[in-house]
Design a protein around this ligand. Structure first.
Ligand code: BEZ
Ligand code: MG
Length: 384
């Protein structure tokens, strides 16, 4: 089932890229998470295999432990080169699956096929010619954290406003995720060898990034993990490939998988959640925690500007209008949770300071006034 669905999604992803760019991407970068692959029974893994032009084969115990090459005449398109960054949770849960993905890339790279029909072979050969690299290194495509380490820290840098340029966020992503899970020339397993140069090079070929969303319950503005991963890798690619990649997501919620650009997904989620009265009134029913949740969505939205420049300015303006410039709403938030309210205003001002949002001067002045008033009230409260 996962492979049948994964095929549809991977084909839709390539179709979308082809329609927008007139050709397939030289390479793609995929984010694979552990819990998502459990819930979907491996849809993300299946997508990666289909992009490579291989299918899983089951052993006598019904485990997908082997792969089989899909002939080019059945595939009807070139084999895609796929750089996979897997989460720490995926790495801990799915070592044999990582080995299967690594094996699939190696088998595809070794096929005697023309470059224009086999992008893995093309990119690997180019790397070998360029740097006299060994095949076993040039073919490395499965990366994760160092053993025992989790996450990218990109989310923490953004949340704490502790970053200067977008490049530093992309570099941090690579620092955290450049550990190769592969084999050496003798077939010995390598689990987490630092391979920054190899990752830098693999990313320099990437023109599209992609992640599967498995539930609307937890979307790309609900938690900071989507922007730390998909945003983080896209920012790393922007510097290494010297062009921002096309960024896509899909959902596996309905029988018809739909590919959306990151910008479309942010608009959809913002309208469905952050700016939707049904959603925020529901949150406000939870009082203190509800305001924190609204503020969280604004911060996660900001994370998508920081890492991927993917948020329309009207979104920040509508957030300011809905929660801050409407005095009834403002007073409700102030009453329920002044701490999160203050963070929300500061995040909008940060968006302006960093050049992400340029609203009318009267909006800015209002936000600065509010921050000033909140500060006065706090100081008074402390002196009492
Ligand atoms: C995972 O399931 O791999 C995962 C969960 C939360 C954040 C990041 C990754
Ligand atoms: Mg968390």
């Amino acid at each position: 089932m996962a492979f049948a669905r994964g095929k549809l999604t991977a084909d839709a992803l390539l179709r979308r890229h082809f329609e927008e760019h007139g050709r397939y991407p030289r390479a793609l970068a995929l984010v694979l998470w552990g819990l998502d692959n459990i819930k979907t029974q491996g849809e993300g893994v299946a997508q990666a295999l289909h992009l490579l032009g291989v299918r899983p084969v089951r052993d006598a115990l019904n485990r997908a432990t082997e792969i089989e090459i899909i002939p080019l005449e059945d595939l009807n398109r070139p084999r895609m080169d796929v750089v996979m960054t897997v989460s720490g949770i995926f790495r801990d849960l799915f070592a044999p699956t990582m080995a299967l993905l690594d094996k699939a890339v190696r088998r595809v790279a070794a096929l005697d096929e023309p470059f224009e029909m086999n992008y893995v072979r093309r990119n690997v050969s180019e790397k070998i010619d360029l740097d006299s690299e060994e095949f076993d290194d040039a073919v490395t495509r499965v990366f994760s954290n160092a053993p025992g380490s989790y996450g990218t820290n990109v989310n923490f840098m953004v949340m704490q406003s502790e970053w200067e340029t977008g490049d530093s966020l992309g570099d941090l992503f690579v620092t955290r995720k450049c550990f190769a899970y592969t084999r050496d020339s003798k077939g010995r397993t390598i689990e987490g060898r630092e391979a920054r140069d190899l990752m830098d090079h693999a990313l320099s070929k990437v023109e599209a990034t992609y992640q599967n969303i498995d539930s609307f319950e937890v979307g790309i503005t609900d938690v900071d993990h989507y922007f730390e991963y998909l945003g983080g890798i896209s920012k790393a690619i922007e510097k290494r490939a010297q062009a921002r990649p096309a960024i896509y997501l899909s959902d596996s919620l309905s029988p018809q998988t739909k590919i959306r650009s990151l910008e479309e997904t942010i608009r959809l989620e913002t309208r469905a959640k952050t700016l939707n009265p049904k959603w925020y009134e529901g949150m406000l029913n939870h009082g203190f925690r509800g305001v924190a949740e609204i503020e969280n969505h604004v911060a996660n939205t900001f994370g998508w500007t920081a890492t991927a420049n993917a948020v329309d300015p009207w979104i920040y303006t509508d957030i300011a209008r809905t929660f801050l410039l409407d005095s009834t709403m403002f007073n409700r938030l102030q009453e329920l949770n002044p701490y999160s309210l203050r963070s929300l205003i500061k995040r909008l001002l940060e968006a302006h300071d960093r050049g992400f949002w340029n609203p009318d001067e009267d909006i800015l002045e209002k936000l600065r006034d509010i921050i000033g008033e909140l500060k006065d009230r706090r100081e008074k409260a402390i002196s009492i």
